[in-house]
Design a protein around this ligand. Structure first.
Ligand code: ATR
Length: 276
């Protein structure tokens, strides 16, 4: 039995144990995936104990993703860019590799939904941890332009210049605007990486959306998020919450621990969305 788990606070409502159990079922693996509630003061010790007692892989969720990045022996490139770790992989002698599958999860889910990034004009709202995780991978897809908008504009400027320093941004491919209304071209894809939906708060949308514009909220809930409602009202036909990203980032983590084929995420998504 492969011993896996997830660290977070709160953690009681995490869907990860169910998702990973379904992955194991589809691949006929034998796993034991537990939730671990922790505090910032205890987190490093709890993680070390988990792996010392035979843990073979773990996820890290809020609020520990940044702390996890400072704890590991080695960081993947994408985790370093995000400044955050959501996947811990032991590699012998008590050493830990920290990876981040959030951005990959988003890219795969956007592809599943037919939301195009390459050569398109994008808006990303937010410049916090979630935005940092996804922007490098979005840029890899070579959008025409990525407009970065954040309530605190300086944070967006700072993120842009960090990405530039790392050589990740070709000239003008990322543009900071203090408000979406300052964008003067039609937008194809809008992504909400802020926590605005948690508080039910509206964001100011760009004035012009392209005819087939799509919208994606990293958050998910039983009901469409405020951001999704706003986009639907603005005439956007394709809007999605972040549930697919949740499943896909989990599948990427699972594959890192268990190797072999990627689990069948379509099956798991249908299974989880079915009314229980
Ligand atoms: P996360 O890890 O979820 O990204 P975070 O790093 O605290 O959390 O970042 C939260 C992001 O949501 C930030 O971009 C924040 O904007 P500020 O940098 O101005 O704080 C954004 N955010 C939170 N509540 C918001 C709201 N009501 N409207 C707009 N942006 C909001």
């Amino acid at each position: 039995v492969t011993s896996l788990g997830v660290f977070g606070n709160p953690i009681a409502h995490s869907l990860s144990p169910r998702i990973h159990a379904l992955f194991a079922q589809t691949r006929q693996d034998s796993i034991n995936y537990q939730r671990y509630l922790s505090t910032p003061a205890h987190f490093p010790r709890r993680v070390a104990e988990f792996f010392r007692h035979g843990g073979q892989g773990a996820n890290v969720t809020l609020p520990f993703k940044q702390q996890a990045a400072s704890l590991v022996t080695k960081l993947s490139d994408r985790a370093r860019l995000a400044g955050a770790v959501n996947t811990l992989i032991p590699y012998g002698n008590g050493q830990l590799l920290g990876d981040n599958t959030d951005g990959e999860g988003l890219i795969i889910d956007l592809k599943n939904k037919g939301f195009k990034v390459s050569e398109r004009s994008l808006v990303v709202f937010g410049a916090g941890g979630s935005a940092r995780g996804i922007i490098p991978l979005l840029l890899e897809q070579k959008p025409r332009c990525l407009y970065l908008i954040n309530r605190t504009a300086e944070k967006a400027e700072m993120l842009k210049s960090q990405l530039e320093t790392l050589g990740l941004v070709a000239a003008n491919r990322i543009q900071v605007r203090s408000s979406a209304t300052e964008i003067d071209e039609p937008i194809d894809l809008l992504i909400n990486a802020t926590s605005s939906s948690l508080n039910g708060q509206r964001l100011t949308l760009p004035s012009v959306l392209s005819e087939n514009a799509s919208g994606y909220d990293l958050m998910y809930a039983d009901q469409p998020t405020v951001f999704m409602d706003q986009l639907t009202q603005a005439g956007c036909k394709n809007v999605s919450d972040g549930f697919g990203m949740l499943i896909e980032q989990a599948a990427s983590s699972y594959q890192l621990w268990m190797e072999g084929e990627r689990p069948d995420t379509a099956f798991v998504m249908a299974e989880m969305r079915a009314p229980s």
